[in-house]
Design a binder for this molecule. Structure first.
Ligand code: ADP
Length: 396
């Protein structure tokens, strides 16, 4: 009999769910409750590629949304009866969680303790866990952490060059995020190369609204671009990525910004959106570039330039490379970003197959480099499958 896992991703105002078949990663049923806690709360789901909507009260809470999800599952009884575990995406596992964990009171307490470092995410993840345990009391609930894959980073890579007590007393260090995605595409690349994962040196670039890049040496993550929070590193949709750390003090002291305003600026008003003054959406910007919009071109040029710099620096630390992998909405779909990135890396042994690059999109995965190049893959990520595979280990 097939075994399915209910995968939940609870954000501050949304709950994404998917029923994942653990062997194949397929999702016959998935959906989204969004705008929770506002008048425009809504819920939609997709069953075998057909979209449906269902009633969700205005101002719906996480608990109400989960009840609607549970009622939706009841309509698909045969499928629901085959659910053997619930997997929860938890953004921050701090240094406590190097692997996925069966959720008990101690695990919940540890997630709560990490909330200080992920105030937007962990409390919402925890609220989702509590509601889901009430709604699905008979299933094992498993926490899968975005940070866990990066717990293999060596100290010289994860520490900031700050007074050491800040690390000892306040756990201030780099953690990395998008771990399940990097883990998934790295394993897919190793499979495609027919190599043992533990023998692979890879660079994986997850480019979505949030972006991160990881250096994986001999199957272990040794560096990644997101840091203490998901703000460091690459240029993102609305996040700045790397800046001079003195800038926030300058904005506060010289330009009179409040702390909140600085935080909002760096997280929500920067990146592709801030530079282009148009959109955080890569598709919109690519279209604008075609129509001659120079500001959109500047935003994408900066996005690409930062990515090229990171690939170069990770090449230096990862050793002889087995493959470079693109994933995430942009990495999987944007031939423009891939082509303009790789065009700057010819002298480091990368060359695209132009036709394969143009074809590889919309959920396809495969090699996009020509035979003389270091292998370059575009791989459709499937974080839900990683969560499902981990969760099913704890099924009765
Ligand atoms: P999130 O980080 O929110 O999960 P996604 O991984 O879905 O985001 O990525 C969203 C990004 O992917 C957006 O910038 C979007 O424009 C981009 N994207 C999606 N499809 C395409 C495409 N066909 N061409 C270029 N960019 C695309």
């Amino acid at each position: 009999m097939d075994q399915y896992v209910l995968v939940l991703n609870c954000g501050s105002s949304s709950i994404k769910f998917a029923i994942i078949e653990a062997k194949t990663g397929t999702a016959p049923l998935h959906g989204l409750a969004e705008n929770l806690g506002t008048v425009s709360s809504k819920f939609g789901f997709n069953y075998q590629n057909k979209q449906h909507s269902a009633e969700l009260p205005a101002d719906a809470s996480h608990q109400q949304a989960l009840t609607v999800i549970a009622n939706t599952l009841k309509k698909f009884e045969t499928l629901s009866q085959q659910i053997v575990a619930v997997g929860h995406r938890v953004v921050h596992g701090g240094e406590t969680f190097t692997h996925s964990s069966l959720i008990d009171d101690d695990v919940k307490q540890a997630i709560e303790q990490t909330s200080l470092m992920a105030p937007l995410h962990n409390p919402a993840n925890l609220a989702g866990i509590n509601s889901a345990q009430t709604t699905f009391p008979d299933l094992p609930h498993v926490a899968v952490f975005d940070t866990a894959f990066f717990q293999t980073m060596p100290k010289h890579a994860y520490l900031y060059a700050l007074p050491y007590e800040l690390y000892q007393q306040h756990h201030i260090r780099r953690y990395g995020f998008h771990g399940s995605s990097h883990y998934f595409v790295a394993h897919e690349a190793a499979n495609a190369l027919k190599k043992e994962f533990s023998n692979c040196n890879l660079i994986t670039a997850h480019l979505g609204n949030g972006c991160s890049i990881a250096a994986i040496k001999q199957g272990k993550a040794i560096d990644t671009s997101l840091g203490f929070t998901p703000l460091e590193g690459l240029v993102m949709g609305t996040r700045s990525g790397d800046i001079d750390p003195s800038l926030p003090t300058y904005l506060i002291e010289q330009l009179g910004y409040s702390v909140d305003k600085v935080s909002h600026l760096l997280n929500n008003e920067s990146g592709l959106l801030g530079v282009s003054k148009l959109s955080n959406d890569c598709r919109t910007l690519e279209q604008e570039v075609k129509e001659g919009n120079q500001q959109a071109k500047l935003a994408l040029d900066m996005f690409i330039y930062r990515l090229v710099k990171y690939i170069g620096s990770y090449l230096a630390v990862v050793g002889p490379l087995d493959a470079l992998v693109f994933t995430g909405g942009i990495g999987e779909n944007s031939a423009y970003i891939r082509e303009n990135t790789i065009n700057q890396l010819g002298h480091l042994g990368f060359q695209l197959d132009i036709d394969k690059n143009l074809e590889m999109r919309f959920g396809q995965s495969g090699l996009i480099s020509c035979s003389s190049s270091n292998p370059i893959f575009a791989i459709a990520t499937n974080e839900e499958w990683v969560i499902a595979k981990d969760a099913i280990q704890f099924a009765h």
